[in-house]
Design a protein around this ligand. Structure first.
Ligand SMILES: Cc1cc2nc3c(=O)[nH]c(=O)nc-3n(C[C@H](O)[C@H](O)[C@H](O)COP(=O)(O)O)c2cc1C
Length: 328
């Protein structure tokens, strides 16, 4: 294993100019398959809405990209309240994939997002591969406005009794295949930490034509009110996010990235620029900012400026320098 990592680091070194001393603004751009981003910071699905609130605090076009909340074919009401509760070092949510449906996104929200100027990653989901395909079909007309489609594979799959798609690599393959066959824009498969099969799922996604893997989605969690004996979420269980899941996300990123299957967009508990560097050193080509957006509205801009300052201070002129540089 050490051998493999060593080779991987050597390969990366070839692509990167290195650490020449420079006072120039560092090159923050990254490439994830065919997806080119001006920097590695991507707003995570479901934590940034369409960016309209955050754009009151900073110019969101400075971000590498913004991922929309996940859209399905038809509108969905989501889960019963309460849908959110705090936990030590994180939060639980059980939003239940509430959304207006893909047609409303295309008719209403897309125009606003285009005006805000950030690269758009459109997150979609369906109850089976046919629904994924139907959503992809709707996107055909607006594909020029979108840099990539992200598949939320943590949603329930009716053909497997509601177990999520990413529990089964063959289902991952089926869905990616269904979407790739409809759309000639890059497809990102988003995986969950709740199944011990990320390597097999990433292989399956690659075989079907995915361009990158996003990980991780939230980890299943629960909280109980000891006075009432009731769960704190209306849905009983929910998804844990924030700093509490960072070590899990980092390990998953490392374990997948070292296999060199597809570029990894790492996410889970990133709250500052040092967290970004940790994910990149562990192998991420880009990173997602999620829960932090709900706590500090200008986090995206602040983390970007801090990253740039750090690179200048260290005389590193290229952010790609960090990807996969872990020393074992
Ligand atoms: C309130 C909330 C809503 C979310 N909604 C979605 C969603 O619609 N689709 C999706 O793929 N991930 C969704 N996520 C997961 C995030 O995109 C991200 O993968 C996860 O929260 C880990 O990153 P973080 O710890 O930085 O938040 C949501 C997370 C939160 C906290």
């Amino acid at each position: 294993m050490t051998d493999r990592l060593f080779k991987w680091e050597k390969e990366n070194e070839k692509d990167v100019p290195g650490e020449e001393r420079s006072s120039r603004k560092p090159d923050m751009s990254v490439e994830i398959g065919r997806i080119g981003l001006k920097n590695p910071l991507v707003a995570c699905s479901g934590t940034f809405s369409h960016g309209e609130e955050h754009s009151n605090f900073y110019d969101i076009s400075v971000l590498g990209a913004v991922t929309t909340k996940s859209y399905s074919l038809k509108p969905r009401k989501g889960n019963p309240p309460p849908r959110i509760c705090e936990t030590p070092a994180g939060m639980l949510n059980s939003i239940g994939l509430q959304n207006d449906g893909i047609d409303v996104f295309i008719k209403s929200h897309l125009a606003q997002m285009k005006k805000d100027g950030a690269g758009i990653i459109l997150s979609i989901f369906g109850k089976d591969s046919e629904e994924f395909k139907k959503v992809a079909l709707r996107i055909l007309d607006v594909k020029a406005d979108i840099i990539a489609v992200e598949l939320n594979l943590s949603c329930p799959n009716v053909e497997k009794d509601g177990t999520s798609f990413c529990a089964f690599p063959e289902e991952v393959k089926k869905v990616v295949d269904a979407v790739v066959s409809m759309l000639d824009i890059p497809v990102i498969a988003k995986l969950s930490p709740n199944h011990d099969n990320i390597i097999q799922s990433a292989e399956a996604a690659k075989q079907a034509g995915a361009e990158a893997i996003s990980l991780i989605n939230t980890a299943v969690g629960m909280a109980v009110d000891v006075e009432t004996y009731r769960p704190l979420l209306g849905n009983i269980t929910g998804g844990l996010s924030g700093p509490a899941i960072k070590p899990i996300a980092l390990a998953k990123t490392y374990i997948l990235a070292r296999e060199n299957i597809l570029p990894v967009i790492g996410m889970g508990g990133i709250f500052d620029y040092r967290d970004v560097l940790e994910f990149m050193i562990a192998g991420a080509s880009a990173v997602g900012l999620g829960t932090v957006n709900l706590i500090e509205y200008d986090a995206g801009e602040k983390i970007l400026l801090d990253l740039e300052d750090y690179l200048v201070k260290k005389n590193i002129n290229n952010i790609r320098h960090f990807t996969g540089r872990i020393r074992i």
